[in-house]
Design a protein. Structure first.
Lengths: 364, 324
């Protein structure tokens, strides 16, 4: 038993791998025998949750002292704390919001173009009895606190749905990207020589690859699906992380504590998993936080130009719909715009705070 | 006759210098270039030299933390330069290292307990309880509190971190410790504390030290014998009193003249050294010190001096003493 634990590098990895395999097993069972109790995406979410719990929350809990230390340093940035609070709010909205709001796809033409509460707008409606257009001042109602769009869909419901989509894309694509980047970087730094050269030149090629074109291509072949977009962003977005991790690993390898570990007789694997990766991780967390807004914007941009997944209500899609009626119903475009703006700002603030907290050069 | 714990024979460590697209090998940095000495059980050999003379490389190479280019290292009579990974692990229990910079010698993401306990874990102490007990005992041994085990390096001072570095080295019960400038990064008052701790431990555990430093005053305080290194080679090796009272090599004389000793009766005559340390890529011909030697002779430029005994236990590599 101890031997197995050692191969996996500790009890935590063993348990994680076990749960992951169990999940895969249930997924296969579901796909081929019981026939779709849950959609495959539910399993994907569960995988994602497992990663977060085992490699995000658990280590934070185990090294409470260190967590408290970094939190104290992050806290000095008031904007970072505001950003974090807003992000926590967004996550709560993304998880619970859709259960509380109306159906974001429900079309209700009589109630189209309603303004948000506290505003009023002129609306022309066609009166069947007289056969004339009547222009009327319509105030916002509490039934649709943020108004409705040109098809009468509830704006609040659409924004809440968009929050879920944006966070999904942002977090998952970033997680995929930093995972690949971390592996590429560490392997490259540790192997050195021609392997390092080959991996880094491959990274260079990936960097020159026009990501947007690739996306258009994927959408063209496979059709627009949120999952392909997540995968495409994840599979192309790791290059920066790989370079950063490689250079960090190279500089860490010359540090005395790695040499000390070696002189104690630690194996290469031990040094990589217990010293190299934990120390590289702080930079990776920073780069991840700062790259999430970019991914969210990319997804919004894709939806805006009509390459997004038309079956999900994302901010970009609403933004694009609102653009057509900017003169008569400004709120349709402005509201998702504000959400995007605030979200991107929140992640950037948090990223700055985390960077200052983790910066090894400012550690005394 | 005391037993030789470690013996180094003509050890060389050359770092290749490469250039161009295909990493063409163009030259070597001769960091350690033919060094021979020995350390007996429980003694301290001081190794002194300017920065860049190869003393740290020597320390690392003889523990096989870096692979030697040529030469042999015997530990308890066995040649460790040919040892494989498994045999090396055995060496790691016997020979340890203390590092110069306490700031970078501890993993900032690991607790003190984990850093010290790692040694125990690697060498088979798998029970967490036993590890903690041993770590706490080690912490007390180096003058810290058992409670420090749960702390992180950023919560400690430089002196405390260096004590932890020592505790980590002691965790495997070694016989030899290579101390690579263990006090150069510390305040003078803390320096004295750490040196005293190291001396105490030596007395208790009969440790042998290879004490690397650039400060002759510090070296003189702890060493029984002293080796002086210049540009990858040892130029003089003697017991402490012999070296301090009768330095033979002009380089040693110059180094000693720069040492500040609190003795009002001692006449200070400063021997200035001209110029810079030459490049270890292309060291000077003949005696490597001839470019800066105040007593340079014609023969120095052509012939490499032999490292030979002048007295019992006093070796020097200098043409001034040829035929004496």
């Amino acid at each position: 038993m101890r031997r197995i634990t050692e191969v996996f590098g500790g009890r935590r990895n063993l348990l994680f791998s076990g749960l992951l395999l169990a999940l895969l097993f249930i997924l296969l069972l579901d796909l081929f025998f019981v026939h779709h109790i849950f959609s495959p995406f539910v399993y994907f979410y569960l995988c994602f949750a497992l990663v977060i719990v085992f490699y995000g929350i658990y280590p934070l809990y185990v090294s409470r002292r260190l967590t408290r230390y970094y939190w104290d340093r992050t806290k000095r940035h008031h904007l970072a704390v505001i950003g974090l609070v807003f992000i926590i709010f967004l996550v709560a909205v993304a998880i619970f919001g859709p259960f509380l709001t109306q159906d974001p796809t429900k079309v209700d033409f009589p109630n189209k173009n309603l303004p948000p509460v506290g505003f009023s707008a002129e609306q022309s409606t066609y009166d069947r009895t007289t056969g004339q257009f009547i222009t009327r001042e319509t105030p916002g109602t509490w039934l649709h606190p943020l108004g409705t769009d040109d098809k009468g869909r509830d704006m609040l419901a659409m924004l809440v749905s968009g929050t879920r989509i944006s966070l999904q894309v942002g977090l998952m694509a970033t997680l995929i990207a930093i995972f690949i980047g971390l592996i590429m970087g560490v392997v490259s730094a540790y192997l050195g020589g021609w392997a390092d050269n080959a991996l880094m030149r491959f990274t260079d090629i990936m960097m020159t690859f026009p990501f947007f074109l690739l996306l258009v291509f994927i959408v063209f072949i496979f059709g627009p699906s949120l999952w392909f977009i997540i995968l495409a962003i994840g599979l192309t977005g790791w290059t920066g992380t790989a370079r950063l991790v490689r250079s960090e690993s190279l500089s860490l390898r010359t540090r005395d504590f790695i040499m000390a570990s070696k002189s104690l007789g630690a194996s290469d694997r031990r040094i990589v998993f217990h010293h190299l990766i934990p120390n590289v991780l702080s930079s990776v967390i920073v780069i991840a936080t700062l790259s999430i807004p970019g991914v969210i914007l990319a997804e919004a941009a894709l939806s805006f130009i009509g390459l997004g997944d038309p079956t999900v209500t994302s901010w970009g899609l609403v933004l694009q719909a609102g653009q057509r009626s900017l003169e008569t119903a400004w709120w349709i475009a402005v509201e998702p715009g504000i959400m995007l703006f605030l979200t991107v700002l929140a992640f950037n603030f948090l990223g700055d705070g985390v960077r200052d907290a983790f910066d090894p050069r400012s550690q005394v | 006759m005391e037993r030789k714990l470690l013996e180094v024979d003509n050890l060389k460590k050359h770092y290749p210098v490469t250039a161009g697209l295909f990493a063409r090998h163009v030259a070597d940095v001769k960091a350690v270039d033919g060094v021979s000495f020995f350390i007996t059980e429980g003694e301290t050999l001081g190794l002194v030299g300017e920065s860049g003379c190869g003393k740290s490389s020597l320390g690392r190479t003889l523990l096989r933390l870096e692979e030697p280019t040529s030469g042999q290292v015997f530990y308890k009579g066995r040649d460790i330069t040919a040892w494989n990974k498994k045999q090396l692990k055995e060496l790691r229990r016997e020979a340890q290292m203390i590092f110069q910079d306490p700031q970078s010698s501890l993993d900032p993401k690991a607790t003190i307990g984990d850093s010290i306990g790692e040694a125990l874990l690697i060498h088979g102490v798998t029970s967490e309880k036993e590890r903690l007990a041993r770590v706490e005992a080690l912490l007390q041994r180096v003058g810290l509190e058992p409670g420090h085990a749960t702390r992180y390096p950023h919560e400690l001072s430089g002196g405390q971190k260096q004590r932890i570095g020592i505790a980590r080295a002691l965790a495997v019960n070694p016989k030899l410790i290579v101390a690579d400038e263990p006090v150069s990064a510390l305040d003078v008052s803390v320096q004295a504390q750490i040196l005293n701790l190291m001396l105490d431990l030596q007395g208790e555990l009969s440790l042998a030290y290879l004490f690397i430093a650039h400060d002759l005053a510090v070296i003189g305080q702890v060493s029984s014998r002293i080796a002086v290194m210049y540009l990858g080679q040892i130029v003089e090796l003697a017991d402490r009193d012999g070296l301090f009272q009768r330095p033979l090599h002009p380089y040693t004389q110059a180094l000693l003249s720069a040492v500040f000793l609190p003795d009002p009766h001692r006449k200070r005559q400063h021997i200035p050294l001209a110029g810079e340390v030459p490049s270890p890529i292309a060291p000077p011909s003949g005696c490597r010190f001839h470019t800066r030697c105040p007593r340079v002779m014609k023969v120095c430029r052509q012939e490499t001096p032999i490292f030979q005994p002048i007295d019992k236990d006093h070796l020097v590599a200098c043409h001034l003493y040829d035929g004496k």
